[in-house]
Design a protein around this ligand. Structure first.
Ligand code: SAM
Length: 276
């Protein structure tokens, strides 16, 4: 899978892709990231990429011509003429649709994603109208540029590209994981809803030492009973989701037992506070 980033600050990406999973995925050729300096597509002495907004008002706007030229250099035609459904052109924007794990999963199946990073007051709207398949926001706050947003999108998508995570299942069992019905691996007779993330947040993780500052890891995790462990983890997922993201429960895949557990938790506010 290939990512192209168009930016006026290519140096901001220094180091971001040089560690951990991303570095390995790049080294193994599973993904490619190409960064393009927008100023290389200007033709004046000052390498001008921005101009004042029509209609007046604050700040500057990224001009349409250098961006159109940068896209053309990448072989990206206006969307009306494009015949490459496996390529997606995305404008990072606070006004975009909120990016989420389901989008990341869907995008990980594409061949190519082109990310346009705005700056200043944003990008001349005609770039979105003519070239962009999507406007994406990484959250309800305003960044000074699209570069960090592009890095967030690439990180989230790239780790779901087949072969990138050492253990493919990690991408299914974590927060916002796939619905249980989509999980192929078996689970020795335990109901599926007891072990898949199914749209819930992840359960808490612990590693050695077993005791730190007087706090022991939960007993159930060291007793070796995998059925009990799965049960405990599911309960913890429900507890965390109810406490931190109750909105996710509306869409989560819940069993009758899950609902009973949630009812009990709701009835006991004390129970919820104990994990804060
Ligand atoms: N005037 C714009 C508005 O109010 O929506 C904000 C422009 S912002 C200062 C500059 C650039 O940062 C945007 O063009 C966009 O590329 C990027 N950006 C800011 N917030 C973002 C967010 N939440 N998600 C993705 N990109 C964002």
């Amino acid at each position: 899978m290939r990512f192209d980033i168009i930016t006026i600050f290519p140096e901001l990406f220094t180091g971001i892709f040089e560690n951990g999973i991303i570095r390995r995925a790049l080294a193994e050729g599973l993904v490619e990231v190409d960064i393009h300096d927008l100023r290389a597509f200007t033709h004046d002495r000052h390498r001008t990429v921005d101009d004042r907004p029509f209609g007046g008002g604050e700040g500057m706007v990224l001009k349409v011509e250098p961006l159109a030229e940068a896209l053309a250099s990448l072989g990206i035609a206006p969307k009306a003429e494009r015949e490459t459904p496996q390529t997606r052109v995305i404008l990072l924007s606070a006004q975009g649709r909120p990016f989420n794990q389901a989008m990341a999963r869907e995008m990980s199946g594409l061949d190519r994603v082109v990310l346009i990073c705005g700056r200043y007051e944003g990008v001349d709207e005609r770039i979105s109208e003519i070239y962009c398949d999507q406007e994406l926001s990484i959250g309800d706050y305003v960044l000074s540029g699209g570069e960090l947003a592009a890095a967030v999108v690439i990180d989230a998508v790239m780790r779901l590209v087949p072969g990138v995570l050492g253990n493919q299942a990690s991408g299914e069992f974590e927060s916002f994981g796939v619905q249980d019905a989509e999980i192929e691996s078996g689970a020795d007779g335990v109901p599926r809803s007891q072990y898949g993330a199914g749209g819930l947040l992840d359960y808490p993780h612990y590693t050695r030492p077993a005791e730190f500052a007087g706090r022991q890891v939960p007993e159930v995790l060291v007793n070796g009973d995998h059925r009990q462990i799965r049960h405990w983890r599911r309960e913890q997922q429900l507890r965390k989701t109810l406490l931190n993201r109750p909105d996710l429960l509306e869409k989560a895949e819940l069993s009758a037992e899950d609902r009973k557990i949630l009812e009990a938790m709701r009835a006991s506010a004390l129970n919820l506070k104990s994990i804060q």
